[in-house]
Design a protein around this ligand. Structure first.
Ligand SMILES: [Zn+2]
Length: 50
């Protein structure tokens, strides 16, 4: 389970930084417009699958 490091609002939506169990950083942008899907960066396939 990833640990949330920080969370802040931008003009686009809420940006959440988390650190994965494997040690990699993940950034997720959750748009205010709920019709849009969250944008992720740095997702590692191994952990995303779990
Ligand atoms: Zn990972």
């Amino acid at each position: 389970m990833a640990k949330i490091l920080s969370r802040h609002s931008t003009s686009e939506g809420t940006v959440v930084w988390s650190r994965c169990d494997c040690g990699r950083l993940h950034m997720v942008l959750v748009p205010y417009d709920t019709a849009r899907r969250p944008l992720t960066a740095g997702t590692c396939p191994a952990c995303a699958a779990g």
